[in-house]
Design a protein around this ligand. Structure first.
Ligand code: FES
Ligand code: FES
Length: 159
């Protein structure tokens, strides 16, 4: 049993976890009801479970819940208040999703990447997104949408 205190989507939270080795993904989904991060491979390979930990993209299936004590976690539900983060707008404009299962992970990966690399090259984008898999073949639209999101964010920063 362990008591974990952390910030979740901007609010302080705490949770008693029976098994501190339980993956963060399950804590988010089962204790907090945040189901945007998806259960995929559970082996750190597909990226469907990606969230932000202290601003960096992280595979929540591969981190023990107890490790987030004292940290800030953001899920797709908390990425923006109105679903209008530049990445989310670019995704909508580009009609990126197909089945949608991988998409919250893709968006969280892209948002963390662009916060570190606001003016990426096509190669930067391809390499940043290469670890997030999509079985539906949306990768070409994803890559275009990340570039579009960088443009949206740059225009907003200049306005
Ligand atoms: S479910 Fe976490 S990387 Fe696949
Ligand atoms: S949209 Fe279906 S897995 Fe990516």
């Amino acid at each position: 049993m362990a008591l974990i205190r952390f910030t979740l989507n901007g609010s302080p939270v705490e949770a008693d976890v029976a098994d501190p080795d339980m993956p963060l993904l399950f804590l988010l989904r089962e204790t907090f009801g945040l189901t945007g991060a998806k259960v995929g491979c559970l082996e750190g390979v597909c990226g469907a479970c990606t969230v932000h930990l202290d601003g960096a993209a992280l595979r929540s299936c591969s981190l023990p819940a107890a490790a987030v004590d004292g940290s800030a976690v953001v899920t797709i539900e908390g990425l923006s208040e109105a679903g209008d983060h530049p990445v989310q707008r670019a995704w909508i404009e580009g009609r990126v999703p197909q089945c949608g299962y991988c998409q919250s992970g893709q968006i969280m990966q892209a948002a963390a990447f662009l916060s570190e690399t606001p003016s990426p090259s096509a190669g930067d984008i391809a390499s940043a997104m290469a670890g997030n898999l999509c079985r539906c073949g949306t990768t070409p639209r994803i890559l275009k949408a990340v570039a579009r999101a960088a443009g949206i964010a740059a225009r907003e920063a200049g306005s």
